[in-house]
Write a protein of this length. Structure first.
Length: 121
């Protein structure tokens, strides 16, 4: 699988709130750094975080690739994310953030996420 295909698969799993498909795109030792600095380590904890997020049906996001590089089994992409949700009162909210994703090529020739970094703008 090409890196571009793997990235599209990963992002589609998020946009479709498909936890089973998302799990297939994440390395067991991955780390997620949230916009507030919280660090989530390991596949189990990352899936638990996403399970709650995916259960919320009010949000949507659009991504734009700002930077992409692929080198010898490692690939990185920086995305601009336009995120829409509703607050606890039902009022629409919008956030913009940068999303840095790093993938490694597995022994099975799949690309798996190893680092996910969110930076609010």
């Amino acid at each position: 699988m090409s890196f571009d295909d793997a990235l599209a698969r990963h992002l589609a799993a998020i946009e479709n709130r498909d936890l089973a498909e998302y799990e297939k795109t994440v390395h067991s030792d991955a780390v997620v750094v949230l916009g507030n600095g919280t660090i989530i380590q390991g596949l189990t904890a990352i899936l638990e975080l996403h399970k709650g997020w995916f259960a919320d049906t009010d949000w949507s996001l659009k991504t734009e690739v700002l930077h992409r590089i692929e080198l010898h089994g490692l690939a990185s992409v920086v995305l601009n994310v336009d995120y829409h949700d509703v607050d606890q009162n039902g009022a629409p909210t919008q956030n913009s953030y940068l999303l840095g994703l790093v993938f490694t090529k597995s022994e099975d020739d799949d690309w798996l996420l190893i680092h996910d970094q969110n930076t609010f703008l």
